[in-house]
Design a protein around this ligand. Structure first.
Ligand SMILES: C[S@@+](CC[C@H](N)C(=O)[O-])C[C@H]1O[C@@H](n2cnc3c(N)ncnc32)[C@H](O)[C@@H]1O
Length: 232
């Protein structure tokens, strides 16, 4: 049976770990020392852990408009995500995580890191709605965006993707990285990726598809790296 994102239900508020981010976005130590925006950051542990190590990361997500509620639902969301993965285990490559139990352990720890950090450092977690973010131009060196764009292409159309990427690039001084390029629960590349890359070029943004090491959702091995072309 061909898997479909509809199985997933509402957009998941997921909680990936720093190790997953490093691998999905091919992040070097040097990258981690830059001013970073993670959007949408959900309940990921990335902001908490990188800042604890001396970094400068800001998280942005619609869900931060009710942060108290989010710390309660994030744990349930991690369980919902893990249930989906157990039910569709054949669609995943079990090398990054040995098995669904390890996946559950890592995501639960990320939720704990997130929940503790958002209580202690709420200013690092900014409520924002793509495609319009509450940051000045070039406020960050590097912008990361995982598991919203392309992942939910069944319900977010090409215009939303174009507007969201242009907005993420507006707040990025150097570079935007987006992962993955396939829909959740499938190994099918976003059907309008080529057209979107053409649209972006017309707006002075060059998108390069780059293979990364992360192996989990089958077929999800590439990020899109966006930079300004200088034209028009
Ligand atoms: C699957 S999670 C990804 C979270 C994180 N990047 C990770 O990988 O763990 C998708 C997130 O997108 C957020 N979201 C949905 N629509 C959004 C929008 N228009 N602008 C910003 N965030 C949005 C949701 O609240 C959710 O937390």
């Amino acid at each position: 049976m061909t898997p479909n994102t509809a199985d997933i239900g509402a957009i998941l508020i997921s909680s990936r770990s720093l190790d997953e981010y490093r691998s999905m976005f091919d992040l070097s130590d040097d990258d981690l020392s830059r001013r970073i925006l993670d959007c949408p950051a959900g309940a990921a542990g990335f902001t908490a852990v990188v800042n604890r190590l001396g970094g400068d990361v800001t998280a942005c997500d619609t869900a931060y408009s009710d942060a108290e509620h989010l710390t309660v639902v994030a744990a349930a969301e991690a369980e919902r995500g893990n249930r989906y993965i157990r039910d569709h285990a054949e669609n995943y490559d079990w090398t990054f995580f040995a098995d669904p139990d390890e996946h559950a352990r890592v995501r639960r720890q990320a939720v704990r890191d997130f929940a503790e950090d958002i209580r202690r450092h709420p200013h690092r977690y900014v409520a924002g709605w793509l495609p319009s973010l509450p940051f000045p131009d070039a406020a960050f060196d590097l912008v990361l965006s995982s598991h919203l764009l392309f992942s939910y292409a069944d319900r977010l159309d090409r215009t939303f993707h174009l507007d969201a990427i242009r907005e993420l690039m507006r707040v990025a001084r150097d570079e935007l990285r987006i992962f993955p390029l396939v829909e959740s629960g499938t190994s099918v590349l976003c059907p309008y990726l080529d057209e979107l890359l053409t649209d972006l070029r017309e707006h002075g943004i060059d998108g390069e598809v780059v293979e990364v090491d992360y192996r989990f959702q089958k077929g999800a091995h590439h990020m899109l790296v966006c930079r300004r072309t200088g034209f028009p």
